[in-house]
Ligand binder design. Structure first.
Ligand SMILES: Cc1cc2nc3c(=O)[nH]c(=O)nc-3n(C[C@H](O)[C@H](O)[C@H](O)COP(=O)(O)O)c2cc1C
Length: 147
C-alpha cells in the first residue's frame, strides 16, 4: 500500500479542516496517509514516503509560518529525488503576497529534486465547492503518479 505524508500548518483551523478532508479523500482511494503538523514533523523522514503533500497558510506579509521554519530549512538538505509531491494552502487575498508560503514550499521541494505531480493550489479564506474540486484534483494527480 502506498504511503503519503500530509504535513500542514494551521492557526485558526481552515487548513486543518482541508487537510483532514484531503486525508479522508486519499484514504478512501486506498492509500495510507500520515497526517501531521509541520511543527512536529521531520523533513529528513520525507524520502520514506511514496508521496508528500504540504499544506500551509501564509503569515506576516508573505512569510512561511514560524512553526514551519525549521522544517522548511531542513528541506534544503533532504534529497527528494524519488518523492512525488504537491503543495496547497488556505490563505487570504486581503493580505499582500497571497499564498506566498505555498510558492516557497513549491520552489524548495523542486530545488530538493522532488517530482511535482500537481499544480500548487491556493485557496482564499473559506474553501467553497470549487476549491474542494481543486483539492480533489490535486489528490487525484498524486494518486495517479503512484500507479
Ligand atoms: C497577521 C496575519 C498575517 C497574514 N499574512 C498573510 C499574507 O501575507 N498572505 C496571505 O495570503 N495571507 C495572510 N494571512 C491570512 C492567513 O493565511 C489566513 O487567515 C489563513 O486562513 C490562516 O490559516 P488557518 O485558518 O489554517 O490558520 C495573514 C493572517 C494574519 C492573521
Amino acid at each position: 500500500m502506498s504511503k503519503i505524508f500530509l504535513g500542514y500548518t494551521s492557526l485558526s483551523g481552515r487548513n486543518e479542516i482541508v487537510a483532514k478532508h484531503l486525508a479522508s479523500y486519499l484514504e478512501e482511494k486506498g492509500v495510507e496517509v500520515v497526517l501531521d503538523q509541520l511543527v512536529d514533523a521531520d523533513a529528513f523522514d520525507l524520502p520514506e514516503y511514496d508521496a508528500v503533500i504540504i499544506e500551509t497558510y501564509t503569515y506576516n506579509d508573505g512569510e512561511i509560518p514560524e512553526e514551519a521554519q525549521d522544517f522548511f530549512e531542513d528541506l534544503q538538505d533532504v534529497d527528494l529525488a524519488k518523492t512525488k509531491f504537491a503543495v496547497l494552502g488556505v490563505s487570504s487575498k486581503s493580505h499582500i503576497h497571497f499564498g506566498r508560503a505555498v510558492d516557497y514550499f513549491t520552489m524548495e521541494m523542486n530545488s530538493s529534486n522532488g517530482d511535482q505531480v500537481a499544480d500548487s493550489v491556493k485557496i482564499n479564506e473559506y474553501p467553497d465547492d470549487d476549491d474542494y474540486a481543486r483539492v480533489h484534483q490535486l489528490a487525484d494527480y498524486v494518486l495517479k503518479s503512484l500507479n
